[in-house]
Ligand binder design. Structure first.
Ligand code: ZN
Ligand code: ZN
Length: 508
């Protein structure tokens, strides 16, 4: 029979999905609600991509609700419908309506009448976080039970270029150089501290950050993999990936992952026994350990909300991440923290915020100079140093040099454009060089002082001297940060270059 021959194209777990009862499947029924006034939908604020809410299956015969279908399987209803189609009894055909539990809005319909493949694909759209699927991708194996979109991204992460990167670039010397750079006064240490200050403001936790390094690998085509560096004790915030398909491959150390049903949930999903085909103990656990060599995945239907951190057994972990069809709905919870009049700390449920994280560095392995990504953030692969062991101090120096170059170029271009007719405007534009503020009210001088970069401070003095005493939102001038972080020479330089720096800015 044609339908059964087709069914064999599905993996074993995919086939089994059609033999699970609707009662069992309903546990996983989640779909975005289209009703703009739905209370559950409103909790997601302006995050609309993949903002799934709990839904139920309702079985309909024409417009009449058919009861007692929950003990039936999709395949049984499919076969019932086929029999009725053959017998010419179209009025008996059953279909399934997916309805929001909160407001009753219909989110979709499943017809159960064409082919089992169609039925499988239709059904999958409405099911979230199905633990029957394998959580780990196995390179070189069919992986037939991993959804096709996620499997494709896992395959990209296992292309020879990524294997070669792990083997040739993440050598023991490179790992040692990372370890070194995480020590006080070194580049990665300083970068983490600077990011920690922002994380403290954003999430109320200075350890809620990690280092992101764009990877320039020619063989990945338009996709840019990200090498994520997780120092011990640091973690990502819990975040929502929207509708993208992605893969996470651990290249060094181990990661602890927690998966959530929804970005609005506090409690992570618990796994036990053969959930995720992981062979776990029978008491539930919410932390999943991914070790070197493990690759996991996510897509629009599964595991798109997670939190990641370095496993305690390692001083840091490295993982390569690849995302396809990324929507703009990357979102995280911003805790509502504040003080009541009595100065007791109050913690609210938090608000949902959108925001794509930026890369901190770019490690170009094989992209040519003509590649846009190299022009913007990296450097060409034919540069003798680009494929050697990673040296973050060097990378940072080059990035700074590039920033300076870019800045000079912008100024020169503006000069040429505005020379005659817009002289006054040009001068005002130039005056703005180095003075743009970020969300925290920081100007580039704050960053330079925070990291103790004397040359950068000198350069900023030439470009925009007034910014050396500019106040951030918290009222701190760059010298406060140089003092806070013990950068004596940078602090002295600030006192010399910016006489208006408050005299109380001294090393403690
Ligand atoms: Zn609703
Ligand atoms: Zn993520």
């Amino acid at each position: 029979m044609a339908a059964q021959a087709g069914a064999d194209l599905l993996g074993a777990e995919k086939r089994r999905l059609l033999d699970r009862t609707f009662e069992e499947l309903q546990e996983m029924c989640r779909h975005p609600c289209d009703n703009l006034d739905c209370d559950e939908r409103l909790k997601f604020g302006d995050v609309t991509d993949n903002a799934r809410v709990k839904c139920s299956f309702v079985c309909l015969q024409k417009k009449k609700v058919a009861r007692d279908f929950l003990k039936q399987t999709p395949r049984q209803i499919f076969e019932f419908n086929h029999q009725n189609i053959q017998d010419g009894k179209k009025s008996k055909i059953l279909h399934i309506s997916i309805q929001c539990d909160a407001c009753g809005e219909e989110g979709g319909r499943i017809k159960l009448q064409d082919t089992v493949e169609k039925l499988y694909l239709d059904l999958r759209q409405y099911l979230a976080n199905d633990k029957a699927q394998p959580l780990l991708y196995r390179p070189g194996k069919p992986n037939e039970d991993i959804p096709d979109d996620a499997k494709a991204v896992c395959e990209l992460t296992h292309r020879p270029c990524v294997d070669d990167f792990a083997k040739n670039c993440l050598t023991s010397e490179a790992l040692q150089s990372i370890r070194q750079s995480l020590q006080p006064e070194h580049e990665l240490y300083n970068k983490l501290r600077a990011k920690g200050v922002k994380a403290q403001e954003k999430f109320g936790d200075k350890t809620m950050t990690y280092i992101r390094i764009g990877l320039g690998l020619l063989e990945l085509g338009q996709y840019t993999a990200v090498l994520e560096l997780w120092p011990k004790g640091y973690k990502s915030p819990k975040h929502h990936h929207g509708g993208c398909a992605g893969s996470v491959r651990v290249l060094y150390g181990a990661l602890n992952c927690q998966l959530f049903d929804s970005i609005l949930d506090d409690e992570p999903i618990k796994f036990k026994g053969n959930d995720g085909q992981l062979g776990l103990p029978n008491e539930g656990q919410s932390v999943l350990k991914l070790t070197t060599g493990d690759t996991t995945w996510l897509n629009r239907q599964n595991w798109w909300v997670h939190q990641v951190q370095c496993h305690d057994d390692f001083d840091f972990a490295l993982s390569v991440h690849l995302y396809k069809s990324c929507s703009d709905a990357f979102a995280f919870m911003k805790p509502i923290t504040g003080h009541t009049e009595a100065l007791t700390k109050v913690e609210g449920a938090g608000t949902l915020e959108k925001g794509m994280p930026n890369n901190d560095y770019f490690w170009n392995v094989s992209l040519p100079a003509s590649d846009k990504r190299v022009e913007e953030i990296g450097r060409p692969a034919d540069n003798a140093q680009s494929a050697g062991p990673l040296d973050f101090e060097l990378l940072e120096e080059q990035k700074e040099a590039q920033d300076k170059l870019l800045h000079t170029r912008v100024l020169l271009t503006r000069k040429r454009e505005g020379e005659e007719e817009r002289g006054g405007e040009r001068r005002r534009e130039e005056e703005r060089g180095g003075s743009s503020k970020d969300d925290d009210g920081w100007v580039p001088a704050h960053y330079a002082a925070f990291n103790g970069h004397k040359e950068a401070l000198q350069l900023l003095h030439d470009l925009a001297p007034e910014t050396l005493s500019s106040k951030g939102n918290d009222g701190w001038v760059p010298a406060h940060w140089a003092a806070e972080n013990g950068h004596a020479e940078a602090l002295q330089l600030l006192h010399d270059l910016a006489p208006e720096t408050p005299a109380h800015c001294t090393l403690r």
